[in-house]
Design a protein around this ligand. Structure first.
Ligand code: GLU
Length: 549
């Protein structure tokens, strides 16, 4: 292509590739140290899959003391949303995922390989596009949307593979004169890559996650620079990941079919391609079929869903680590006290079936364990932080009753031993502890009677009155239980479970029915953690008042 043409395409001065290379020295990291990145488009909402991809990339880099950076891929200016990077940075930060370089929450750069926002790198991309034009590896294309539409229809009708290639790549063969004429006439254009690939040949791609794949070579002359002068994803990926020294590109598998093109671009630009790993998207079962979790259709696809529900951040991280490597659970069992990020992630073992299913049953069970390992104070602090954002009234109650709530949360919480596992997410706590507050205990006498059926009201009253008369919060648990047993014996309830099982008809019930009376009257529920502890926390006055139903 003549210098005249190239100057018409890029009239403004651009740096040379050599100047750019000098600004981005090779990182010179020791062998085995990895540089990874996450490269989201700032479109506003954060998909739970972005956190998953970020976590995997962060672990893969930081496990080797490498570099993990964050790049804003905003070349699609129409989809760009102001403040989106803040959402991304804050979302990742919440899960303990921090970049060493990149864009911060205010969209500002940190690190030596910036700018990390693609729209600020226009000159860099253009410099390389110019070099491809000079080498005859790219060309301007003046086809309008309607021309391409007509071409696609012809391809459809004649059942040939769609795309801008071979004889369909009309502008590939324009003469310099024709190009000049079009440019001078001010015809809009894009720049296309001149592919030398052969679609009938296959290339072997070594994917770190999917293994070896034989993919057809790319023969499409893809657009590398759009009409607005910004590059397309494909081109920006090659330039940025080369200059920024990315060693491992771990991204969603919607890009698998583009790998041959990406490798071609690296070769055309004279660079070594990074290693690639492609992860399947998170899926859900919908009407019996597996499909991708979609931000548009599934509330749980947005990371904010997990915040609103109050899922502990660690629970989601542990759940994702378990999705990444199924050996996480064993590791956790053997290392109950270690931070989740100590788990050695192995990308050869990343789950790679048709896509990892987002399984709430599993998440909830992991969340229960995560909460069980926290101290009562930690749970209190986390619930308060959550409630402050999502349940202000509950937050006020928590603040006004700090010590009281911590004692409640401490019931059966024996770190390291068998802890209670009734809390999955912070959203559960308000209901869970409601009965400790008189104004929230709204169970009616009829509901209590229903829970205690078939016991008669007079039996219930006898048990309640007798217990109220002897109850002393200072009693130890044995004495407390001895009182319950004594009441049981006195009123015809079995205290010997064996005798009761052999002949239930001989008794009104067993000692556990007596305890149940106390439980239901005091808490309004038939299942609670340790009743002895509950009564001590409530105190004698409240216990007696509730027993006098
Ligand atoms: N901006 C691309 C995306 O969001 C990034 C893919 C990549 O990681 O290279 O899909």
């Amino acid at each position: 292509m003549t210098p005249e043409i190239i100057n018409l395409i890029f009239p403004n001065p651009l740096p040379t590739p050599a100047e750019i290379e000098a600004r981005y020295p090779r990182r010179n990291l020791p062998e085995g140290v990895r540089v990874t990145r996450i490269a989201p488009s700032p479109t506003g909402k954060m998909h739970v899959g972005n956190v998953y991809t970020a976590l995997l990339n962060e672990r893969i880099a930081h496990q080797t003391n490498g570099v993990f950076f964050l790049r804003a891929e905003d070349t699609d200016q129409e989809r760009k949303v102001d403040g989106a990077m803040k959402i991304i940075v804050n979302s990742l930060g919440r899960y303990g995922i921090f970049a060493d370089e990149g864009v911060d929450k205010d969209g500002k750069d940190f690190g030596a390989y910036g700018p990390y926002t693609q729209s600020e790198r226009r000159d860099i991309y253009q410099a390389y596009i110019k070099s491809l034009l000079e080498k005859g590896l790219a060309y301007p294309c003046f086809c309008a949307a309607e021309d391409l539409d007509i071409m696609r229809k012809i391809q459809e009708k004649t059942s040939v593979r769609p795309g801008y290639y071979g004889k369909y790549a009309k502008c590939r063969n324009l003469t310099d004169e024709q190009i000049l004429e079009n440019l001078k006439a001010g015809k809009p254009f894009v720049i296309r890559f001149k592919s030398s690939g052969d679609n009938n040949k296959r290339m072997i791609i070594k994917d770190l996650i999917k293994g070896d794949m034989a993919l057809p070579e790319n023969d499409i002359d893809v657009v590398i620079m759009k009409g607005d002068g910004l590059p397309t994803y494909h081109f920006a990926h090659a330039v940025d990941d080369h200059l920024m020294g990315t060693t491992h590109v771990i991204r969603g598998d919607e890009w698998v079919s583009s790998i041959p093109l990406h490798i071609q671009l690296f070769v055309a630009l004279g660079w070594k391609a990074p290693k690639y790993g492609h992860i399947a998207p998170l899926q859900k079962i919908d009407n019996g079929n597996k499909r991708k979790l979609s931000k548009r259709h599934d509330p749980e696809a947005c990371i904010t869903y997990f915040w609103e529900k109050g899922y502990p951040e660690n629970a989601l991280i542990e759940y994702m680590l378990n999705l990444i490597n199924a050996s996480f659970e064993d590791w956790r069992r053997n290392n109950p006290d270690k931070p989740a990020f100590d788990f050695p992630v192995n990308f050869n073992k990343v789950s790679n079936a048709a896509g990892a299913l987002f399984d709430f049953v599993k998440l909830n069970s992991i969340a229960k364990d995560v909460v069980a390992r926290m101290s009562a104070e930690q749970v209190y602090d986390a619930v308060l932080a959550w409630a402050t954002d999502y349940r202000p009234t509950f937050a006020e109650r928590l603040k006004a009753n700090r010590e009281y709530v911590i004692r409640i949360l401490d019931i059966e919480r024996n770190i390291g031993k068998k802890s209670r596992k009734d809390i999955v997410k912070w959203d559960d706590v308000e209901q869970d502890i409601a009965y400790f507050f008189d104004d929230l205990l709204t169970v009616s006498p009829a509901e209590k009677a229903a829970l205690l059926a078939p016991l008669t009201e007079s039996d219930i009253r006898l048990i309640a009155d007798e217990f109220a008369a002897i109850y002393q919060p200072a009693d130890d648990k044995e004495t407390w239980f001895a009182h319950i047993k004594a009441i049981a014996e006195k009123h015809g309830f079995a205290t010997d479970m064996k005798a009761y099982k052999e002949n239930p008809a001989a008794f009104k019930g067993s000692v556990s029915d007596v305890a149940k009376v106390l439980r239901v009257l005091v808490t309004g529920r038939d299942k609670t953690p340790d009743l002895y502890e509950i009564m001590r926390i409530l105190g004698a006055d409240k216990v007696r008042a509730r027993l006098a139903f």
